[in-house]
Design a protein around this ligand. Structure first.
Ligand code: SAM
Length: 244
């Protein structure tokens, strides 16, 4: 709570999946906050962040699933962000802190940004603090046992829905490329990587750090893959090993 009696909204990065990869600071805030918010799961299943923190929650803590629909319609999105901000404000104005947990890091393509920005727009007196988390590209590199970048390598991240031209441009100017949300466009990506002879330098990681993690190293014979939403692709376009 701040000195005006309003609670603080904490954005806590829950890490990529393994509960032990949450930061000590994030865990401390989750354990001491009376209200724990998180993106609601789909089809009645708990969401990723909710699963990551489940073992740390106490029965007396309020659990607040917030709906962030997977749609492109800007009006529906704004409506959802406003509704989420109003639900959070309900507790903050009573002086209760709210910890919003989200998978990975909360500044990296995260729903937390929409919640925090909407809240501060509607209630400028609201106070927001961000606790970083382990992001999925870093977790994926650790799972692969490779450095994500070394020396002067340039890293480029494409968030989603990249066109072939965008991908071609990225391949021409980066040394290491990370493709997030790759599941729905995997086959198009495979064809471009095939054309550029980069399949043997490409990796797909499904559910990094979770018990059912799967690694596909060298995609040469993986033209089709049925990937879950939590998967990403790393292309080591130009490597720089020791002595190179
Ligand atoms: C909306 S973004 C959120 C990114 C997250 N804030 C982070 O810091 O990693 C969701 C995308 O992140 C990637 N992702 C998140 N967690 C992952 C994991 N454990 N394994 C593989 N990819 C993951 C996937 O590409 C997924 O489609």
């Amino acid at each position: 709570m701040n000195h005006q009696g309003v609670g603080i909204l904490y954005g806590v990065g829950a890490g990529p999946g393994d509960p032990e990869l949450m930061t000590l600071k994030g865990l401390r805030i989750v354990q001491r906050s009376p209200v724990i918010a998180f993106p609601a799961g789909v089809d009645g299943k708990p969401g990723m962040a909710q699963r990551i923190i489940a073992e740390w929650l106490q029965p007396e803590q309020v659990q607040l699933p917030l709906i962030f629909p997977y749609v492109q319609d800007e009006n529906r999105l704004i409506e959802a962000w406003r509704s989420a901000a109003a639900q959070v404000w309900h507790y903050l104005r009573q002086g209760q802190d709210v910890a919003f947990v989200s998978e990975g890091d909360v500044s990296f393509y995260s729903t937390f940004t929409y919640l925090a920005q909407t809240l501060q727009h509607e209630h400028p007196e609201a106070i927001v603090q961000t606790i970083p988390g382990v992001s999925s590209p870093m977790a994926a590199a650790a799972a692969l046992g490779i450095p994500l970048t070394i020396r002067s390598q340039r890293l480029l991240v494409l968030p989603a829905l990249y066109s072939v031209t965008e991908l071609e441009t990225a391949l021409s100017c980066a040394d290491v490329l990370v493709l997030m949300k790759v599941s729905s466009v995997y086959e198009q990506v495979w064809s471009v990587l095939h054309r550029h002879q980069l399949l043997h330098r490409s990796y797909v990681i499904e559910r990094a750090t979770l018990p059912d993690q799967i690694i596909h190293a060298d995609l040469s014979d993986r033209h089709t893959l049925k990937l879950p939403y939590f998967s990403l692709l790393i292309v080591m376009i130009r490597s720089q090993g020791v002595g190179e």
